[in-house]
Design a protein around this ligand. Structure first.
Ligand code: NAD
Ligand code: UD1
Length: 336
């Protein structure tokens, strides 16, 4: 298939392009490089030995999008492009609503005009807000207890896509709800490259391991969990990337949500421990206050994706830590 990937230079997009190209798909990507580096795409080309057609512009740019759709016959769109920092979204809500929602509307407009009917969306576990049950299922309640504008954009976009599918029965949307992506391509040449101090646990721990940061701050150890620290469903980014290929191969009517997750919860201390083993060094940490907006546990059932997409998360936390460490050690300053 001829696939348009938005946000392809980013962390998940770059790993997904590898899997798409390996599966024989032809990839064009649009990225404004607001949170990424074109070097990621050059490295992906080296890994796969196949070219990526790259266009640098913001997906909200309707004129450029129109030119692109006029000159290509896309079979499907995978929409990764979006801003994703929770804290920043609280400080700059309009920027988040504008960027994330308008980029989706522009894409849907262009797809509508050019008869492109298949759309895969990077949604998030955040749509479940405060989990009403564990493990979460696709039928679990969504939209209640979302604590920040970033999460609201994901929830709103899911609604927009559902409405679009109701209005046009031939339109197919897959809402891929990612849990906590970690790890890197085993080559060690591409990986997560946060432009600022990382907000997420694993990239933070990796920067502590490489000596760029002093110690991990563990946000609370008084939760009702195995060791009192927060529990999450960490999924290897290569498994996540393969989930997109599986979703592309699947045909279904309307808007369908899938949890891309492992079904297993891992605590903060368990993850620090696994990373420390992978890096063969101690990772210093201190216990601090809880982070506002955090929940104790969040993990989900992958049963629907297993059953309907034939997709399984196969890689372990240990592999994710080893792969992430290979990337961090070989590229202490990311792509710079
Ligand atoms: P990322 O920031 O590494 O990648 C996003 C890419 O989109 C970047 O290359 C950025 O430059 C680009 N971009 C942003 N806005 C754009 C715009 N308007 N036009 C063109 N390009 C634009 O993030 P990621 O971790 O790869 O996440 C990809 C998607 O998955 C995002 O939508 C994110 O919200 C979602 N997601 C990520 C996580 C996670 O933990 N990483 C979890 C759940 C969902
Ligand atoms: C966070 C976002 C979520 C977003 C996801 C991916 C919040 C409240 N949630 O999820 O909306 O989709 O990132 O970008 O920000 N932790 C520490 N010390 C740290 C960092 C994290 O102890 O320095 C703990 C957290 O309290 C949590 C776990 O590690 O228990 C994972 O945190 P993180 O990696 O930030 O992911 P989420 O909070 O699950």
């Amino acid at each position: 298939m001829n696939i348009l990937v938005t946000g392809g230079a980013g962390y998940i997009g770059s790993h997904t392009i590898i899997e798409l190209q390996n599966a024989g798909h032809v990839v064009t990507t649009v990225d404004n490089l607001s949170n990424s580096n074109q070097e990621a795409l050059r490295r992906v080309e080296k890994i796969t030995g196949k070219p990526i057609e790259f266009h640098q512009f913001a997906v909200q740019n309707r004129a450029k999008l129109e030119d692109l759709f006029s000159s290509h016959a896309f079979n499907a769109v995978i929409h990764f492009a979006g801003l994703k920092s929770v804290g920043e979204s609280v400080a700059e809500p309009l920027q988040y609503y504008q960027n994330n929602i308008d980029s989706t509307l522009s894409l849907l407009d262009a797809m509508n005009r050019h008869g492109v009917k298949k759309f895969l969306f990077s949604s998030s576990a955040t749509v479940y807000g405060t989990p009403e049950e564990l493990p979460l299922k696709e039928t679990s309640r969504v939209g209640i207890g979302i604590t920040n504008p970033y999460g609201q954009t994901k929830y709103m976009i899911e609604q927009i896509l559902k409405d679009t599918c109701v209005a046009d029965e031939s339109f197919e949307c897959t809402l891929l709800r990612y849990f906590n992506p970690v790890g890197a391509d085993p080559s060690g040449t591409i990986g997560e490259d946060p432009s600022d101090t990382p907000n997420n646990l694993l990239p933070y721990a990796a920067q502590v391991a490489v000596g760029k940061l002093k110690e991990v701050k563990v946000f609370g150890n008084d939760y009702d969990t195995v060791d009192g620290t927060g529990v999450r469903d960490y999924i290897h980014v290569v498994d996540l990337a393969k989930g997109h290929v599986a979703a592309l191969n699947h045909t279904s009517q309307g808007a369908n949500a899938y949890n891309l997750c492992t079904g297993k919860g891992t605590s903060v201390l368990e993850l620090i421990n696994a990373f420390s083993k992978a890096a063969d060094r101690e990772i210093p940490y201190v216990i601090t206050d809880r982070r506002p907006g955090d929940v104790a546990s969040c993990y989900a059932s992958p049963a629907k994706a297993n059953r309907e997409l034939g997709w399984y998360a196969e890689r372990t936390i240990e592999q994710a830590c080893a792969d992430s460490w290979r990337w961090q050690k070989g590229n202490p300053n990311g792509y710079n």
